[in-house]
Design a protein around this ligand. Structure first.
Ligand SMILES: *Cc1c(COP(=O)(O)O)cnc(C)c1O
Length: 374
């Protein structure tokens, strides 16, 4: 790929693609938005980097903005989602050590995705790569998603936290039930177990509210953010409640923590996204896409259209890879997140015309694949 603007990408031969992947739900404002280019230029000419030994202005401003637009009190800024989850795991382990007689276990869910460091791979509820890098860090227990009884029987005196995605993104856009989350949160409180929401994919407007937890009427103890937070610039964050402000100086860190350039971009993205009209567009386009996909499902082999806001998936009885490949050839980028699952994660700035263009290419590809197969 060579160049991007808004919802489109161009490769080195000049071919244009309508991008409904956007760096895997990263480019919330689309490709190369002027806002980010301007912010980077301005910040790079003011303060490119200092050292995590000192606070810097964009870091404090962005942290302040994050706290005032969420239920959290404390912020730690990093570069990737896996790193944010590592921080959450460490914070939960420290909590277990000092507040719960050394409790260390973290319960996660099957089909979850939490990152690709060794600990976050261990937390992830998929088995594919684990053998290759064995032995994996221990202390993670996996239970079926949306199964409250499985959670309750997995939680014991050694458990310091549960960690889950409110909507499993990489796992194929599986939405947690409202009662599951509310019951689980109450049970965690009762058992002195921390509730960690991995909002790396669902956060920052992707699901139609600034953060997905708002739709569940709960307040997590810890939340991690990544992907859309930097709109394409590497950036992540861990947020927590004041009661969890238990890291002493030096207990967690890194060269690029609180990086000024990233913080300045995150702040610009947050200001752009956190308005009712911006979020309304995410909800409206998402509803439009789901309604249209449901309509297509009466004629074409697609089913189980699901998702919130602009985190959408559907199943297909044909090969998802074949469909995504034909779409790619036809100038549309969509993600095969499973052998029979397609995920749509466009820029949050898409309008109805972009959605119609996507649906039109998708329909042509479905027609070609279903008639070829006969
Ligand atoms: C992508 C993702 C991660 C990992 O983020 P990286 O920036 O790739 O390290 C973690 N959790 C969820 C839910 C994700 O979607």
């Amino acid at each position: 790929m060579d160049r991007g603007a808004g919802v489109y990408l161009w490769d080195t031969s000049g071919k244009q693609y309508l991008d409904f992947i956007q760096g895997w739900a990263v480019n919330s404002l689309g490709h190369s938005p002027k806002l980010i280019a301007d912010t980077l230029f301005k910040q790079a000419s003011t303060l490119l980097n200092c050292s995590p030994a000192y606070f810097n202005t964009p870091q404090l401003q962005f942290s302040h903005d994050l706290v005032s637009s969420s239920c959290f009190d404390r912020v730690f800024l990093m570069s990737s989602g896996a790193e944010a989850n590592e921080s959450a795991i460490k914070l939960a382990r420290k909590y277990g050590k000092v507040k719960k007689q050394g409790a260390f276990k973290i319960i996660t869910t099957l089909s979850s995705f939490h990152g690709r460091t060794l600990a976050t791979m261990s937390a992830t509820g998929k088995t594919q790569w684990k053998e290759m890098y064995a032995p994996m860090p221990g202390g993670f227990v996996h239970v079926p998603f949306n199964d409250i009884e499985a959670m309750k029987s997995a939680i014991d005196g050694d458990t310091c936290a549960v960690m889950l995605e409110l909507i499993q993104g990489e796992g194929g856009v599986n939405q947690a039930d409202l009662t599951y989350i509310q019951t689980l949160k109450a049970y965690c409180e009762e058992q002195n177990v921390l509730f960690i929401a991995d909002e790396v994919q669902t956060g920052f407007g992707r699901t139609g509210t600034l953060f997905c937890y708002e739709q569940y009427g709960i307040e997590p103890d810890i939340m991690t953010l990544g992907k859309g937070i930097g709109g394409g610039f590497p950036m992540s964050a861990m947020l927590c409640k004041e009661a969890l402000n238990i890291f002493e100086a030096g207990e967690q860190g890194g060269t690029y923590t609180g990086q000024p350039l990233a913080a300045a971009v995150g702040r610009a993205v947050l200001t752009e996204i956190n308005t009712q009209s911006f979020l309304d567009n995410v909800i409206r386009q998402g509803q439009f896409l789901r309604t249209q996909l449901d309509a297509l499902s009466t004629t074409y082999p697609i089913s189980k259209v699901r998702g919130n806001g602009l985190l959408i998936a559907f199943d297909t009885s044909i090969s998802a890879t074949d469909l995504a490949t034909l779409c790619f050839e036809s100038g549309l980028l969509i993600n095969a997140s499973g052998p029979h699952t397609i995920r749509l994660i466009p820029a949050l700035i898409v309008d109805k015309e972009h959605c119609e263009e996507m649906l039109s290419i998708l329909t042509q590809c479905l027609i070609r694949l279903t008639t070829d197969g006969k």
